[in-house]
Write a protein that binds this ligand. Structure first.
Ligand SMILES: Nc1ncnc2c1ncn2[C@@H]1O[C@H](COP(=O)(O)OP(=O)(O)OP(=O)(O)O)[C@@H](O)[C@H]1O
Ligand SMILES: [Mg+2]
Length: 138
């Protein structure tokens, strides 16, 4: 995998969420995402940023424009040093929230991307990595 652009964005206040979202959308355009794929990755970018902020107490995102030699895509990584996800299986199934919310951010994001990995450790934090590829063309 070749990394064409890589940026680290701090997630510390509510206003950082739309910044991550906007950068994801700009990189999706650079990677030739169509409108559906761009909407999908920007939605995942805001949901996962908001989770890092609200549940993880803040952290950072790494947004990257990548290529595997055949396709261009986006890799987004969200890192926090919060409490970790208590019940990761339930959280991934959806409809489970420790807040007063729908509990669809994590499960919905998973469906919107091509690759999805969560590492979470109680008391230590959470790292979510997603990759989405532009549809092959040329
Ligand atoms: N970064 C994180 N750190 C700790 N817990 C998390 C993190 N991300 C998710 N969780 C836990 O997983 C649950 C499910 O997350 P999910 O994003 O699906 O729902 P939500 O954030 O509660 O609601 P919403 O539908 O508004 O996103 C959360 O309620 C929270 O308990
Ligand atoms: Mg959420």
């Amino acid at each position: 995998m070749t990394v064409l652009v890589s940026e680290r964005l701090t997630i510390a206040v509510e206003g950082d969420v739309p910044v991550v979202r906007r950068r994801a959308r700009e990189l999706a355009q650079a990677a030739h995402f169509d409108a559906f794929a761009s909407a999908a990755i920007t939605t995942a970018a805001s949901e996962l940023s908001r989770n890092a902020l609200v549940h993880g107490g803040g952290g950072y995102a790494v947004v990257e424009h990548v290529s595997d030699g055949l396709r261009e895509g986006l890799r987004l990584v969200f890192v926090d040093e919060g409490p970790g996800i208590l019940d990761i299986d339930r959280a991934l199934r959806g409809g489970y929230s420790t807040g007063r919310s729908l509990g669809l951010g994590l499960s919905g994001s998973r469906r919107l991307v091509d690759e999805f990995h969560v590492e979470t450790s109680l008391g230590k934090g959470t790292r979510v990595e997603v990759v989405k590829w532009a549809r092959f063309r040329r």
